[in-house]
Design a binder for this molecule. Structure first.
Ligand code: CA
Ligand code: CA
Ligand code: CA
Ligand code: CA
Length: 302
């Protein structure tokens, strides 16, 4: 993506805490130090939690506007009020232009691709739970208006995986790229995901350790049922005092709460080495090949 139309590709990235960064291309695969993208008022642009970005001319004025997908909120865009060579973005983001009754669009990344081949780029979005949705562009290529979504992939659902297993289906937080991966003339979907696996974190427990674990868990349960109500009460009192600006009192509630948690924490500490499973997070990339449409069979009638 050439952010500043100087003939060299640049890189624009989102981040977990809403900020958006530009790495200007220097050519030869090298990039300048990152720049935080700011709005016309000099404030950092905020694109939402785990923002992902895409550039497209949304209003047919010849410059590229900034689209932001994220994990928790609607997809929005920042209008470029600068030029194609020197983009400057409005401070306030805008909702996507939708056809009447087409609803709203949420999703973890936005991908512009002409999915139905009518010459106008559509929007394909990934999502938190694995769905992928296609929104047809019923406007112009550089001034889109999106129709209601059609699901390309449903939610993938949970799959229990042990470390070393190869998953059978894609996971969550999916990001989509539409690309003709097998060069057969039809756009395919490349999809990145997140999956969690479990692994054995230590040798199996001995008989003695199993017994100890059982004993500790029973103790934990007892202390919990005795103290949780009080701990919750202290928590409520803490927030009440904090919101009222009674900081000293709030600190006392917090300290009392900590004191009540001590026996629980002591048991947690003893239980920790007896845990036999751990978790790891992985991301896979999936290739979904678009199949040719089935031929139309014409039936002969007399
Ligand atoms: Ca450039
Ligand atoms: Ca524009
Ligand atoms: Ca299209
Ligand atoms: Ca293909």
């Amino acid at each position: 993506m050439d952010f500043d139309a100087d003939g060299t590709d640049d890189l624009i990235t989102g981040s977990i805490y809403e900020d958006i960064f530009l790495f200007r291309g220097l050519g030869g695969g090298k990039f300048a130090k990152r720049e935080l993208l700011r709005d016309v008022d000099g404030k950092p642009l905020k694109g939402g939690y785990c923002v992902t970005t895409e550039l497209l001319d949304m209003d047919a004025d010849g410059d590229l506007d900034l689209m932001c997908g994220n994990r928790t909120e609607e997809v929005r865009w920042f209008k470029n009020v600068g030029t194609r060579k020197a983009p400057r973005y409005e401070a306030k983001s805008r909702a996507l232009p939708m056809a009447p009754n087409a609803g709203r669009i949420s999703g973890s990344n936005t991908e512009f691709a002409d999915w139905d081949g009518d010459g106008k780029r559509d929007l394909i979005v990934g999502s938190e739970w694995g769905e992928v949705t296609w929104y047809r562009n019923t406007g112009a290529d550089n001034q889109p208006r999106f129709a209601a979504g059609k699901k390309l992939f449903a939610r993938s659902g949970w799959e229990e995986l042990k470390e070393g297993d190869v998953p059978t289906k894609h996971g969550s937080r999916v990001k989509v790229h539409a690309y003709d991966y097998d060069l057969d003339g039809r756009l395919d979907i490349l999809l990145g995901d997140v999956k969690s696996t479990t692994f054995q974190s230590r040798p199996p427990l001995s008989k003695k350790e199993k017994k100890l674990k059982k004993k500790l868990e029973a103790e934990l349960e007892q202390i919990r049922s005795r103290s949780y109500k009080k701990i919750n009460e202290l928590n409520q009192q803490y927030w009440k005092a904090k919101e009222a600006g009674r900081d000293k009192e709030a600190a006392e509630f917090r300290a009392a709460q900590g004191k009540m948690r001590e026996p629980l924490n002591a048991i947690y500490a003893q239980l920790r080495p007896l845990r036999t499973t751990g978790h790891k997070t992985h991301g896979w990339v999936w290739f979904y090949r678009q199949l040719p449409k089935p031929p139309v069979v014409l039936k002969k009638t007399e």
